[in-house]
Every structure is written in structure tokens, then in C-alpha cells.
Ligand binder design. Structure first.
Ligand code: UD1
Ligand code: UDP
Length: 366
């Protein structure tokens, strides 16, 4: 039995190819949803869009301080794992759900597989960096998306035998869902947008949106970019960001704000954007995969592959740098090669898990 632990929007999306591969190969698995994300458009919408099975367990933990949230998730996961005793627990990414899931499973001496292992921003002020480092060091199987992430793990003394370079499951998710999306609806038509004639934005990092000066700087730059290029700026807003905009009383003039969008709609918006501005990890990858230039609203990234291939540039949050980065990326050719694999990461991960299981059960290895 495989336990799939997830709790936030990107985990649902990036675990979906693994769930799909388990189904295809008839492997027993169950979903344990921590409830870190819970609003319909941050959670259920993705189960519907991606046609995923219902979680067997929902902890409904919700939003708390870091320690409170991590502790509550750990306690909930421990109960389920003690009952189910899965052969392996899979976690994905760098959220508090991942930290809690990995700790709870490792302390029960269960095998843990970390999907998207080895990413490093080398910035320990980010909660995500702490979560990734801990998860990597106590997991038994490290599914690294690229050779760069494998090297990060080796440098920290992690045994090479635990690491498998798989590509990123986000490539699987994009290729599995973009075509489906096109057969269902035309978001550009619904939003009266023209391909290549709008900017797409997301921002939700604590270090950006919880600080008035930084969030205000981002919003001012977005309005200036929309104005300078006479293109609409579309900003599907994360609830954390919406809350902070309200709290700080910031102006959204010059920006088209929507709520968070479903994955199928969002993929259409991404693939047709003139340029993407973001502080999201997943968007840096998806922009790169889809051939859309990206300006990252951060000073560092744990996705350096996107910068190295020329798909992404780090701009921070100061207006001048953001505006010059947009101009630079619009002037560059979008001919880079996707560094995140062929879209079979989910299959590779499930094959390794199945192989491991058969060897432990002393069955013939296929
Ligand atoms: C979390 C992850 C971050 C990931 C992001 C994906 C951690 C430390 N952070 O950040 O790495 O990139 O998810 O989106 O694990 N809220 C809602 N509805 C929801 C979820 C959140 O309204 O369904 C609001 C609440 O006001 C909450 C705030 O957003 O307090 C932050 O939510 P939280 O899960 O703590 O962090 P994220 O910013 O979503
Ligand atoms: N996404 C979405 N709708 C939106 C914004 C994002 O479906 O309105 C998807 C996006 O395509 C990507 C994922 O959510 O796959 C990224 O999630 P997020 O930015 O919240 O988290 P991060 O990747 O930074 O951890």
C-alpha cells in the first residue's frame, strides 16, 4: 500500500501524475489530505479538474502558525499511518504538509519517498527551504527532478543510492492536461484576451506579500508594465495575497484581479501569455515548459535550471529591476529546451516504488 500525502494546490497538481500511474499499474494507494489548503478554488477545484479519486482521509487542519499547523498535521498523519501501515509514504515539494508527513512517517520507521527532492534556494529565511532540507535528509527515496538537484543532495552527504533523477511531475501534469483543457472551453475568449497580448501574474510568497513595501512595489510595477505595453495584466490572486492587499489597503488599479483559477483554465492562460511574472515555484517551471518567458519576483530561486536555459530571470521586487527584466525577456528568443524531463516522471517514480516493494516482498522483479 502506498500513502500519498498532500495538502496544498501545487501538491495536488504535481501528485496527480503519480496517482494516475498507480491507477494504471493497479498499485494500491490512498490519498491522505491534510487540509492545509481548503478553499474550494485552492483545493476541491483541482480534484474535479484533474479527475482525481476522493481522499480516503481528510485531516481538515486549515491555517495556523507554522508550528501549530505542522504539529496538527503530524498528529493527524501519525494516527492514519499507524492504522494503515503503508509500505511507503510519498510526499511532494516543500510545504508544511511535506515536513509533517515526512517526520511522522520516518518516526514510525516507514519508508518515505520525497518527490521533487534536492531543490535549494540556499536561503534559510524561507520556510520552504527548511522544509525541503529536513524532508530530504530523513527520506529513504529522493526523486530529484534534475541532475542539479541530485548534485545538491550529494553535496549534503546524501547517499547516491537513495537518489533517482526522474524529471519533474509538473511536465506530466502540463502535457496530460493542456490538451484536455482545449477541448473543454476557451478561457481567452471568455476573458476577451488575445493570445500573446496580456501579462499573467501570480504572487503569494510570505516574504513578498506579507510585507507592505514589497507587495506595494510589485503592484505598482505591474500597473506600470500594463500601461507601458498597453496589454492587460491578469492576476489570479492567492487568498493570502488578497487578504494582505485588503489589510494594507493597497490599490489594484491597472490590474485585472480574479480569484484563483482552476488548473485547466490556468494552463490556457499560461500557455498564451506574452510573459509571466511570478514568485511561484510551479509557475517558473510551467512557463519554461510552455515556452513563455518568465520574470521571477524574487532574489533567488531553487529552480536555477529555468534561468540557465534562458527562460527565466530573477528581478526581485523593485520597480526598475522588474520593468527592465520584462523588457529584457521580451527581447530574447523563446527557443530554450525544457530541463524538467519528458513527462514520464510519475511513471518513473511509481516504477521505482513498485520495484522496491517487490524486492522487499521477495517477488520476482519486473
Ligand atoms: C503554502 C506553502 C507554500 C506554497 C503554497 C502554495 C508552506 C509553509 N507554504 O503557502 O510553500 O507555495 O502553499 O500555494 O507550507 N488561505 C485561504 N484558503 C486556503 C489556503 C490558504 O484562505 O485554502 C489563506 C489563509 O488566510 C492562510 C493563508 O492563505 O492563512 C496562507 O496559507 P498557508 O497554507 O499557511 O500558506 P500559503 O501561503 O498558502
Ligand atoms: N495554479 C492554478 N491556478 C491559479 C494559480 C496557479 O491552477 O490561479 C497552478 C499553477 O499552474 C501551478 C500551481 O498552481 O501548477 C502553482 O501553485 P502555487 O503557485 O500556489 O505554489 P508553488 O508552486 O509556488 O509552491
Amino acid at each position: 500500500m502506498i500513502a500519498i500525502v498532500l495538502g496544498t494546490r501545487p501538491e495536488i497538481i504535481k501528485m496527480s501524475p503519480i496517482i494516475r500511474a498507480c491507477e494504471t499499474h493497479g498499485l494500491d494507494c490512498f490519498i491522505l489530505h491534510t487540509g492545509q489548503h481548503y478553499s474550494y478554488d485552492m483545493d476541491r477545484a483541482f480534484f474535479v479538474d484533474l479527475d482525481l479519486p476522493e481522499p480516503e482521509y481528510s485531516l481538515d487542519v486549515g491555517s495556523w502558525t507554522h508550528a501549530e499547523q505542522t504539529g496538527r498535521i503530524m498528529a493527524g498523519i501519525e494516527k492514519v499511518l499507524m492504522k494503515e501501515k503503508p509500505e511507503i509514504v510519498l510526499v511532494q515539494g516543500d510545504t508544511n504538509t511535506v515536513l509533517a508527513g515526512t517526520l511522522a512517517a520516518a518516526k514510525l520507521s516507514l519508508q518515505v519517498g520525497h518527490v521533487e527532492a534536492g531543490l535549494r534556494s540556499f536561503d534559510r529565511r524561507m520556510p520552504e527551504e527548511i522544509n525541503r532540507v529536513v524532508a530530504d535528509h530523513i527520506s529513504d527515496h529522493l526523486f530529484a527532478p534534475t541532475e542539479t538537484s541530485r548534485q545538491n543532495l550529494l553535496r549534503e552527504g546524501i547517499d547516491d543510492a537513495k537518489i533517482l533523477v526522474t524529471g519533474n511531475t509538473v511536465v506530466d501534469a502540463v502535457s496530460q492536461n493542456l490538451e484536455i483543457s482545449k477541448t473543454r472551453f476557451d478561457v481567452l475568449d471568455e476573458m476577451t484576451l488575445k493570445p500573446g497580448e496580456y501579462f499573467l501574474v501570480t504572487a503569494h510568497r510570505a516574504e513578498n506579500v506579507d510585507i507592505r513595501m514589497r507587495l506595494g512595489g510589485i503592484l505598482d510595477s505591474l500597473a506600470a508594465i500594463g500601461d507601458a505595453y498597453s496589454n492587460p495584466v491578469i492576476f489570479p490572486m492567492h487568498p493570502r495575497t488578497a487578504k494582505m492587499v485588503r489589510e494594507f489597503g493597497l490599490s489594484l488599479e491597472g490590474i485585472t484581479v480574479t480569484g484563483p483559477l482552476g488548473y485547466l483554465e490556468f494552463l490556457q492562460l499560461e500557455s498564451n501569455a506574452r510573459l509571466i511574472l511570478t514568485d511561484s515555484g510551479g509557475l517558473q517551471e510551467e512557463a519554461c515548459i510552455l515556452g513563455v518567458p518568465c520574470v521571477t519576483l524574487r532574489d533567488n530561486t531553487e529552480r536555477p535550471e529555468t534561468v540557465e536555459v534562458g527562460a527565466n530571470v530573477l528581478a526581485g521586487v523593485h520597480s526598475e529591476k522588474i520593468i527592465s527584466s520584462v523588457s529584457r525577456m521580451l527581447g530574447a528568443a523563446s527557443t530554450w529546451k525544457n530541463p524538467y524531463g519528458e513527462g514520464n516522471a510519475g511513471e518513473k517514480i511509481v516504477a521505482r516504488v513498485a520495484h522496491q516493494r517487490r524486492s522487499e516482498l521477495h517477488l520476482p522483479l519486473s
